[in-house]
Each structure stands twice: as C-alpha cells, then as structure tokens.
Design a protein around this ligand. Structure first.
Ligand code: NDP
Ligand code: 5RP
Length: 630
C-alpha cells in the first residue's frame, strides 16, 4: 500500500483535499497537527513559534505513524512538510510507497481565500513566514490549488493512476527537451530518458521532470529497462541523440527490453543509408523503425517542427497521429508532417532540406559580407535592407539574420565578435556526396559546404590576405540595390530548383515515389527553410510533377531579367575582391543549364585522346560511341 501526504503552506487546502481523497481511496485521514507532543502543544497555545528543534520529536512520531499506517494498508496525511529536511525525516517507508501531493498557490490567492473564511483570523506574518520557509519538492505530484476541490481530486487521481506512457523520448538534449515539452503540452503522456554519466552529466532526466513538475507529469528514467517498462505496449520510442555510432549504441542498449512490434523512431539527423540499414536490422527482429527527419531547431521542436518520417507505412500509421499533433501547421491548418516513403527516404529528404538550408544561409551571409565590407554599409542599414526584402521573401533564415544583425552585446554588435569560421555536422556534405552518387548537379549546396570548409582555415586566410592585400574601389550601394535584391531572389529559385531536381532523381533511383508538392508543403512551416517561395512551390509541384522549376513560365519570365542582375552583382563583387561562392555557383549553374552548347565536346575529345574513352557524335543517336586515332 502507500501513504499519501498532502503538503503545502497553511491555508492551501490540505485538510479539505486530504479528506476528499480518503473518500476516493477508502483510507483513513490524519492531520499532522494532532500528533504534536504535549510540549509543542503548550508552546503553540502560548503563541510561541515552534523551532526546528521542537519539530524533531513531532516528525519522529509522525514517521513512526507513517510506517504503522502503511503496514495497516495505507492512509492520507495532511502535513505542511515545508522543508526538504522535514520530508526526509518523514521518509520511514520505501520511496515508492510514500506519495507526496504538493498543493501550491500564490501568497495573494491564499490570502484572499483566508480573508473569506469567517472562522479564520488572518495573520499575514504567519503566511509570509510559511512562504519563506517553503522549499517546494522537486518530485511527487504537483497540483495547482487554485482550482476547486472537485476539480483537484480527479487531477490527483489521474496522476496517481499513472497509466503507461504513450511514447518514450530518449535523449534530453536541445531537441529532446523541446519535443518532450511539445508532446506533453498536447496531453501525450511521455516517459523521458537520459543517461547518467557519473561526475559528468548527472540527473538530467530527473532535473528535467522536476523543472516542469508544476505543468507536466513526466515519468523520468536513467535506467533503460525501467524506461521501456514504463511504456504502453507495443512501445513507441523516439531517439533524439547525436547521429552516427551513438544511434547504434543506444539501439543496442534498448534491444534486450524490446519486443516484436515495438517501434523506434530516430528523430536525429542520421544518414539515410544508415537508416535503411537500421530499418532492415530491426525488422529482422520484428521491431519497426522510422528514420524521421525533424526540422525547426529548439524553438520549432517546442512549438511545432516540420517532420519527415520514412520507413514502413504501418510504422507511420502507429505513431502518425502523435507526430501530426506536435508538428507545425501549414496555412490551411494541416500538419507539416507527412509520410515520406520507405527505408531512408525520410532522412534523405531531411538531409536535402539541410543542404538547401546551407546554401540559403550562405547567400544571406555573403550578401551581408559584400554590403558590409565592400559597399561599406553599417549593420543597422543592412538589417533594414533585409527587413524590406523580407516583406516579400518571408524567409525564416532572413528573419533570424535581421535579428542577428541587430543583436548587441555591451553596446557593440555581437556579430563582429563571432569568429568567421563555420562548423558543420555533416548533412550539407552528405548531400554533395549523395549528388555525386546519383550523378546530379548540386552547385549551390556544394559551394556552401566548401565555403564553410575554407572559412575554417582562418589562420591561413589571415596570412594569405596580408600577402595578397589590395585596395579595391568602393562600390556604391544605390547603383546596385535593385540588382542585389533581384539576384538574391534568383539564387534562391536556382537553389530550390537544384534541390528539388535532386529529390526527383533520388525518388527515381530508390523508387521512393516522393511527392514533391507534399514535401514543399511540410516545409512551409516549422522548418528552417520556410519561405514565401516554398509556399509557391506547393502549387507548382502539384500541377507540374515532372517539370524543372526553372522551366516554369512565371519563373522563366522572372529569370530572363534576373540573370543580368546575377551577372552584375557577381562581377561587381568579384571586381571588389569579395568572394561570392554561393551566388557564383547559382549563376554558373544557371548559365550551364541554359546553354545549348557546352564546353564538354572538348572534354570528351581530351578523354578520347589520352585514354580512348570514346565520345558521342553530333547528329548521331545518343548512346552510339566513337573513337578517333588522334
Ligand atoms: N539542434 C538542432 O537545431 C537540431 C538537431 N537535430 C538533430 O537532433 C539530434 C539531437 O540534437 P541535439 O538535441 O541538438 O543534440 P544535443 O547534443 O543537445 O543532445 C544529444 C543527446 O544525445 C545524448 N547522447 C549523446 N551520446 C550518447 C550516448 N553515447 N548514449 C546515450 N545518449 C547519448 C545526450 O546525452 P548527454 O546529455 O548525457 O550527453 C543528449 O541527450 C542530432 O542528430 C541533431 O543533428 C535535428 C534538427 C535540429
Ligand atoms: O537539422 C538542423 C536544422 O533543420 C540543424 O540544426 C542544422 O542543419 C545544423 O547543421 P550544421 O551543424 O551542419 O550546420
């Protein structure tokens, strides 16, 4: 059985709630004040406040009673138990058999309530001292005492019944914490797990549950067996851990406790091929797997991310309702979460989302750099220009960049204090490698990856800059303003065209049957690359499934003019000795894509010359090969 202690400051409603609880539970009710030793009673009658020394004997008596009541089948006790050390003293039975029900409220509300009581003489100093003494527990059941007892009792009963959790969340890092809170806010019962690394990272799950105890009832664990056992069968477990070996290590640690038909959802940025392999490995054991891309960062995960699940449809059917519930919503209120396709399809799509993200970030960064160091605009002005552009673009990345540009630290711009050496975790580079495997161009994304790599060579760059230093002419912003905006819009279109062409190729190669309109729809909210353009793409890909974006009539009309703007901005930046890798890549891709005659006849001739690699001939069918004795 168990003993339930209803605790909190005086006037919070312990006795009323405790007595009502005994009716629900068919247990005896006790009031801790009835167990004071005679010395304490005398002191209280004389109006002498009790000291901790006086409380010692009283708590000892209560501890003995708790043990006795527990053996007899349980009880409900109303006791203020304001300090942790008092509660420790009362802990005379095993932890799981002593249930703390903490009623909490504010000083003002309790004061109001006490003033309404006819039989009560309100002493403000007593309530003040109660609040000063109070050390709220970081465990137990926390109940907002401002509701009526009729509302409070079912809340307590629901928390006490502690049904198995609908979902388990493994890994309480940046993303895991936000996702757990998102789920809990949608009334999904969640068990949370984080490893306990002695002396390094301790009590992460316990502290997380304690921090949110007033709002949510998380079941927390640092033991994988107990974590799995706390879940409703068949189990659903979301992993939010670092991609790579960690995912395998974590799966191995859970496997001994899993059963056929349990489901693992890997929500990290895992490589799509790894996800395909993990799905196969787990399916052989009868366990389902969803390789699920999640985008939106910390805030998106909390308020509603964009979710890209890949794997077996029956696995998605099991958990789709929760994923759709926690996802962001598009402008029509539909969830930004949709089943993507089998195997690694979900993580492939997430990888390319990040690839597009890399290039979009690079565009914003290099135009800022050009405006700041060549056009010599100050940061506030650049922020203003980006703000004006974003009225039309509605790009999340541009929006955060405006805030970044304006952010100050001790009256100085923070951006100037950040070292210009970019890091990356892999998804951008993986996109490039995947493009090479598929044989598709990925110029903008690759250039963004390379720009990050060269940025990391800071010391070498500083040395080389000194050796090659030059004094380029100052360019005038006013002369280039219109072209700059047009070029920015054009490179965004080119980047998206490149990204979606790659999705098309992967879909064909891996037979994923990707729905590009649906993918762009779930990228219209919650994710890092949401923008006005993305909203237009939903319609474009629903009407033109097979077409290249760059061949769409409206895009053609725009790009015919914008091509010149791309050329103007790129050449001006290069003349000013400012690198524009992203924009140059977009422009070169566009010029190559729109050139009927390429330079590749020379390449083919060279290959045939030195290696007899053969070539195709103008006017002859494709696939017919020729060789010349040069
Ligand atoms: N941050 C972001 O904006 C986004 C991240 N992602 C992806 O989500 C995943 C999680 O990212 P994020 O939350 O930022 O990462 P964090 O580094 O904040 O958290 C990583 C989590 O993994 C746990 N972990 C690491 N190694 C192990 C191990 N060997 N065994 C058990 N647990 C381990 C950590 O536990 P401990 O605390 O004990 O170290 C921690 O809970 C990554 O794949 C990331 O790429 C996806 C979208 C956005
Ligand atoms: O997945 C994400 C957003 O959707 C990651 O936050 C982002 O891609 C970080 O990647 P990197 O560290 O390589 O810049």
């Amino acid at each position: 059985m168990a003993v339930f202690i209803v605790m909190g400051v005086s006037g919070v409603g312990k006795t009323t709630v405790g007595k009502l609880l005994t009716l629900q539970m068919d247990l005896p009710f006790y009031d801790a004040d009835d167990f004071h030793p005679s010395g304490n009673v005398e002191k209280m009658k004389a109006g002498i406040p009790l000291q901790d020394e006086d409380r010692k004997d009283w708590l000892e008596i209560l501890a003995g009673k708790i043990s006795e009541w527990n053996q007899k089948g349980g009880a409900v006790l109303a006791c203020s138990a304001l300090k942790e050390k008092y509660r420790k003293q009362l802990q005379s039975i095993p932890e799981e058999e002593l249930v703390w029900i903490y009623l909490h409220s504010t000083f003002e509300l309790i004061k109001e309530r006490l003033l309404l009581r006819k039989d009560h003489f309100f002493k403000p100093e007593l309530l003040t001292s109660q609040f000063e003494t109070l050390e709220p527990p970081t465990y137990g059941i926390h109940i907002d005492a401002n509701a009526s007892p009729e509302e409070i009792i079912p809340q307590i009963m629901q928390k006490l019944n502690n049904k198995p959790s609908r979902i388990g969340l493994y890994g309480l890092g940046v993303m895991g914490k936000s996702l757990a809170l998102n789920m809990a806010s949608k009334e999904v019962q969640v068990s949370v797990f984080n490893r306990n690394l002695k002396g390094v990272e301790e009590d992460v799950a316990k502290d997380f549950a304690a921090t949110h105890i007033n709002d949510f009832n998380f079941n927390w664990f640092d033991d994988p067996e107990k974590f799995v056992a706390s879940l409703e069968r068949p189990r659903n477990i979301v992993l939010m851990v670092n991609a790579g070996k960690t995912v395998d290590v974590v799966i191995e640690s859970l496997l001994p406790y899993l059963e056929k038909n349990d489901l693992i959802i890997d929500g990290g940025n895992s490589h799509y091929k790894e996800s395909g392999r993990r799905e196969q490995f787990l399916n052989e054991k009868g366990i389902l797997f969803l390789g699920t891309g999640i985008s939106g960062g910390e805030e998106g995960a909390l308020k509603g991310p964009s979710i890209m699940p890949g794997g077996e449809p029956k696995a998605y059917d099991r958990i789709g309702d929760i994923l759709e519930n926690i996802a962001a919503k598009d402008k029509n209120g539909k969830a930004c979460c949709a089943y993507i396709g089998p195997g690694g399809a979900g993580h492939f799509v997430k990888m390319l989302h990040n690839g597009i993200e890399y290039a979009e970030m690079q565009f914003i960064a290099e135009i800022y750099h050009f405006m700041r160091f060549s056009l010599r605009l100050d940061q506030e002005r650049i922020a203003g220009i980006y703000e004006k552009w974003n009225k039309e673009m509605r790009s999340y990345l541009l929006e955060i960049s405006i805030e970044i540009l304006r952010k100050k630290e001790k009256d100085e711009f923070l951006l100037d204090k950040i070292l210009d050496a970019a890091k990356q975790k892999g998804t951008g580079g993986w996109s490039t490698k995947a493009a090479l495997d598929l044989g598709v161009p990925l110029d903008t994304i690759t250039s963004a990856v390379m720009a990050r790599i060269i940025s990391g060579k800071k010391e070498q760059r500083v040395m080389a800059a000194e050796i090659y230093k030059t004094k380029p002419d100052k360019k005038e912003f006013e002369k280039i303003e219109k072209s700059l905006f047009q070029a920015f819009k054009a490179e965004q279109i080119i980047n998206h065209a490149i990204g979606f062409e790659m999705l098309k190729s992967a879909s064909e190669e891996y037979r994923w049957d990707l729905n590009l309109s649906e993918i762009s729809r779930i990228w219209t909210n919650g994710c890092i690359i949401k923008s006005g353009l993305m909203e237009d793409l939903v319609k474009f890909f629903s009407e033109n499934k097979e077409d290249n974006l760059l061949l769409h009539k409206e895009i053609v009309d725009f790009m015919k003019d914008a091509r010149q703007d791309l050329i103007i901005v790129t050449t001006q930046a290069l003349q000013a000795v400012v690198p524009m890798p992203g924009m140059s890549a977009a422009l070169n891709y566009f010029l190559s894509f729109t050139s009927a005659q390429s330079s590749a006849n020379m390449i083919q001739a060279q290959r045939d010359y030195f290696g007899a690699h053969t070539y195709e001939r103008v006017g002859r069918p494709r696939g017919e090969f020729f060789h010349t004795k040069w």
